[in-house]
Design a protein around this ligand. Structure first.
Ligand SMILES: *[C@@H]1O[C@H](CO)[C@@H](O)[C@H](O)[C@H]1NC(C)=O
Ligand SMILES: *[C@@H]1O[C@H](CO)[C@@H](O)[C@H](O)[C@H]1NC(C)=O
Ligand SMILES: *[C@@H]1O[C@H](CO)[C@@H](O)[C@H](O)[C@H]1NC(C)=O
Ligand SMILES: *[C@@H]1O[C@H](CO)[C@@H](O)[C@H](O)[C@H]1NC(C)=O
Length: 456
């Protein structure tokens, strides 16, 4: 309950549900308005993608601000944008980027950056490819592997003992770095494990509910909980040294919590609501909401209000998207979660007043400003907007929703839906009653209390 003691009702009431984005007004309760704003933010995001190296944002440092993983984050956000809005204008770039970076072994470890890659980086790309399959994005040419196969290759590699700690108290743990010589090889990382679990659940759904993959995902959660990387209050910590995993590094970042939550919500759905998965969803949703939305607005608590690293400016995109997935896959959470996402998205858009065009976004949404603009800032605001968009079936006759969180569809039959962006699961299933009204501070406070009380 600690988050609530710092919750200021007065502050909540100051945040209006509508916000101004340069010339565009965003009404967070109006889908058309949200789409319009998302189109502007997406356009400004893509203006930062030069395509000099296909698939990657300019970098890595010192040649540009961005590490290779952010390319995977970019295509994930743009696929989500495409499937929720039906805007297909970026299809060629998405397709080229995802294909270019798949690497000579079809496992998202291209020679250019594989030496410095972590299991987490590889998974970020695999999750992007998997989202392409799930949303019915156009598949690569027939002589190339399909998106889902690329993701499966990554999962298979990360399942192998060569990526894991072999002996001792931490045996079985997924290492952070892949290369033996890298700093971080001897670190067992929660982020990599959460991403692996996320891939496992989603691949299971794509593979006719293959029990091998979903069991690997559940085992991963059991490992994380046994080693106290996820504690009994559902704090999601960073990881520990591979030697024995005894000293847990207690830094908490929203990206890690987000991927754990997304995996849990999709596992809950894939199992038809199994109790062990529901415990994870309720615990992770409640604690993540409390910790990373301290005033109802997404906050990267490990670095704000000080300046966050460039990497950290991307995390809120995953945070918002994970909650959108949670609402769809575990609809019982929607009444508590959606009002918070709306408040957060409204606050996010209000920061988009920077840069030469006077509408580039900031990474600090809860008051004050970092004064920095960039791809992470644009992407996070974009995903915040997408997370509150009700799903609309853009493609006529697309009655076999290919998204993993519905528990149906697969990569093969999803191709037919590729023409105009296919359906995503509803972000407002059933529960839209409380959420479709304007977000008021009072409603939100009630929601947070319920969230903490009920979800936990
Ligand atoms: C690898 O680097 C070369 C040289 O900069 C570039 O042309 C190529 O596109 C890069 N490939 C990938 C997969 O990033
Ligand atoms: C996936 O698609 C293939 C080919 O259309 C089909 O045989 C299979 O039954 C489908 N699986 C699911 C879960 O829909
Ligand atoms: C299930 O997944 C495992 C691991 O990826 C694979 O080896 C196995 O062939 C799959 N089983 C079925 C029935 O597809
Ligand atoms: C699984 O997701 C679908 C689609 O969002 C939803 O209708 C269904 O209720 C979910 N299942 C459970 C057990 O909540």
């Amino acid at each position: 309950m600690t988050g609530l003691s710092s919750l200021s009702l007065a502050r909540l009431l100051l945040v209006a549900p509508a916000a101004v984005l340069a010339a565009v007004t965003v009404d967070v309760n109006d889908a058309a308005s949200i789409k319009k704003a998302a189109a502007v933010v997406a356009g400004d995001l893509m203006s930062l993608y030069t395509g000099e190296t296909p698939g990657l944002l300019p970098g890595p440092p010192p040649d540009g601000a961005y590490y290779p993983w952010t390319g995977g984050a970019l295509w994930t956000a743009m696929l989500d944008y495409r499937s929720r809005t039906g805007d297909t204008q970026y299809d060629a770039k998405i397709s080229e980027g995802l294909a270019w970076q798949r690497g000579q072994n079809n496992d998202y470890l291209p020679a250019n950056w594989s030496a410095s890659a972590g299991n987490d980086d590889q998974s970020i790309w695999a999750m992007a490819a998997l989202l392409a399959a799930e949303t019915g994005f156009i598949e690569p040419p027939a002589d190339s592997l399909q998106w889902v196969t690329l993701a499966q290759n990554v999962f298979t590699e990360q399942s192998s003992t060569s990526r894991r700690v072999e002996t001792g108290n931490c045996a079985g743990g997924l290492r952070w770095q892949i290369g033996l010589a890298n700093n971080g090889y001897n670190y067992v990382e929660t982020l990599a494990s959460a991403a692996y679990a996320d891939l496992g659940v989603r691949l299971s759904v794509q593979d006719d509910n293959n029990q091998t993959q979903i069991k690997a995902a559940l085992d991963t959660f059991k490992f994380l909980q046994t080693k106290k990387f996820i504690d009994s209050d559902f704090n999601v910590f960073s990881g520990a040294q591979a030697q024995d995993c005894s000293q847990v590094n207690k830094v908490q970042v929203s990206l890690t919590a987000a991927l754990a939550l997304e995996a849990a919500a999709l596992g809950y759905n894939a199992t038809g609501g199994a109790a062990e998965w529901k415990d994870l969803v309720s615990g992770l949703a409640g604690r993540t909401l409390e910790l990373f939305f301290p005033s109802g607005v997404a906050t990267e608590i490990a670095c704000e209000p000080s300046r966050c690293t460039t990497d950290m400016t991307f995390y809120k995109a995953y945070l918002h998207r994970a909650f959108a997935t949670t609402i769809a896959a575990a609809p019982y959470t929607a009444g508590h979660v959606l009002p918070v996402l709306k408040l957060s998205a409204a606050a996010a858009v209000k920061t988009c007043t920077g840069g030469a065009n006077k509408r580039m976004c900031d990474s600090v949404w809860s008051g004050g400003s970092s004064g920095m603009t960039g791809a992470g800032q644009q992407m996070s605001v974009l995903s915040a907007l997408l997370s509150i968009l009700p799903a609309e079936h853009e493609t006529a006759g697309d009655n076999n929703n290919p998204t993993s969180s519905t528990g149906g569809g697969n990569a093969t039959n999803s191709q037919g839906a590729s023409a105009a962006g296919s359906a995503k699961p509803s972000t407002t299933p059933g529960s839209s009653a409380g959420a479709s009204t304007a977000v008021s501070g009072a409603v939100l406070l009630g929601s947070l209390l319920l969230a903490v009380g009920i979800l936990n």
